[in-house]
Design a protein around this ligand. Structure first.
Ligand SMILES: [Zn+2]
Length: 50
């Protein structure tokens, strides 16, 4: 039970307000992907929201 609680806590902390978007086609991208799955571009824009 303790490990479950810690897992939820860590996932909450990791939830950062960061958006990733392909500069080439503008599609939203998962935060752990550096290559656009749609067009294959590696030009991924990163937006950090405050
Ligand atoms: Zn793209």
């Amino acid at each position: 039970m303790l490990s479950t609680y810690l897992g939820q806590l860590v996932s909450a902390v990791r939830e950062e307000e960061t958006l990733y978007e392909c500069r080439h086609c503008g599609v939203s991208i998962e935060d752990d992907v550096t290559t656009c799955p749609t067009c294959g571009s590696t030009e991924v824009a990163q937006y950090e929201l405050e």
